[in-house]
Design a protein around this ligand. Sequence first.
Ligand code: AMP
Length: 179
Amino acid sequence: MTTMTTAHPEWTRAIRDVSDFPKPGILFKDITPLLADADGFRAAIAAMAAPWRDAGVEAVLGVEARGFILGAALALELGVGFVPVRKPGKLPGATLKQEYALEYGSDRIEVCAGAIAPGTRVILVDDVLATGGTLAAALLLAGQLQAEVLGGAVLVELDGLGGRPRWPQGLPLHATLVY
Ligand code: AMP
């Protein structure tokens, strides 16, 4: 049910490694050169969409900010709607909120209450899976929406940072690229 692709196609060269960003010791996977490359961007979205084409997805939940870019493109590719999961205070009207722990302190993500009907089949999208805290929080937020979560989709999984073990066993988590 769950895929971890290890062969890296040509277009993956457009993902740039930036050392010590945003903090010393972090190797940042910068997808902006990939986004600027029309063929590469298209190939990346096609690869992310592949495992979900016949899965019955009804909406994509994308996490701010790079999860918006990939998630919105993926939603169009799958022919479904897109729901933004945002940082605190950005969404109008009633929102559902989910706190999650960071290395130091905590953060929060929010979604519009009633953004989708209960039981809507969704996937959760972000660019990078690192420690898994963000996607785990998005999963809880989807639970608050009473969505039926079919799984998660990330372009890049950073192996060994604890993200995958944090994701529920048995729930698909498709990573297009694993580093
Ligand atoms: P985490 O919650 O630790 O899985 O972190 C995932 C979130 O942080 C995603 O929204 C990523 O955009 C961002 N992120 C974490 N680590 C990296 C990294 N090495 N390169 C790029 N983005 C990262």
